[in-house]
Write a protein that binds this ligand. Structure first.
Ligand code: DX5
Ligand code: ZN
Length: 228
């Protein structure tokens, strides 16, 4: 079972952004780029211009996490720019089905993110339109927050639904993912792991990714959903 580690550049030095992206390239499967608009979340990061530069300069595929209002209008543009995966928040979309279709039509993987307070079951009928479901394990907006263990049941439920429907949808977890929490996430059913501070706030980010990967792989191999 292949798993993916996607370092979040939110914890990187934004003054040296391209170099910081390249610093994790040898270990990362994806690069998680957090776009925030100061409306959907109380924080502001980067927009299409900077994301476009990252896509141009960095060979690691970009996993764009849009924490912005009016996903219907903005999300397809990130796919058009060349982000290989674009994830919108379902709470910020008027017509999530159409947003997912628009993202796919521009050649990217379509992801749907849900905040800790949002119920997954309401959106089950959208699953066939999706390539990834992002379960937030912190309130979106900032790196370095504590992992919300009360979201593990939602990860498990997502895995059950995906399994039952026979769909190939990645389940991503984002927020407080670290050596101390990644095994619980993998055991619950996540296969795609975002880690910001646990990668960038270390002396050796490549080694940090390898250690996270090893823990996640061990837990996956022994898990209810993937183990033997
Ligand atoms: C938070 C962002 C995350 C953030 C995670 O809203 O979506 O991607 O960078 O940071 P850590 O891994 O430090 O919790
Ligand atoms: Zn994120």
């Amino acid at each position: 079972m292949g798993l993916r580690i996607s370092p979040s550049i939110l914890s990187a030095d934004f003054g040296n952004l391209v170099a910081e992206c390249k610093r994790v390239a040898d270990g990362a499967d994806w690069l998680h780029v957090d776009v925030m608009d100061n409306h959907f979340v109380p924080n502001l990061t980067i927009g299409p211009v900077v994301v476009e530069s990252i896509i141009r300069e960095v060979s690691t595929p970009v996993d764009c996490h849009l924490m912005i209002n009016d996903a219907d209008h903005w999300a397809p543009g990130y796919a058009e720019q060349g982000a290989q995966s674009v994830t919108f928040h379902v709470e910020a979309a008027t017509n999530p089905r159409q947003v997912a279709r628009d993202i796919r039509n521009h050649g990217a993987r379509a992801g749907m993110a849900i905040k800790p307070g949002t119920k997954l079951e309401h959106y089950e009928d959208l699953f066939p339109e999706l390539d990834m479901i992002l379960i937030m394990t912190v309130e979106p907006g900032f790196g370095g927050q504590s992992f919300m263990a009360n979201q593990l049941g939602k990860i498990k439920r997502a895995r059950e639904l995906v399994k039952n429907l026979g769909l190939d949808i990645w389940i991503q977890v984002d927020g407080g993912v670290a050596l101390s929490t990644i095994e619980q996430c993998a055991d619950a059913g996540a296969d795609t792991f975002v880690a910001g501070s646990a990668v960038y706030n270390t002396a050796d980010p490549i080694e940090a990714i390898a250690n996270l990967r090893a823990k996640a792989q061990g837990a996956t191999d022994a898990s209810w959903w993937c183990g033997n």
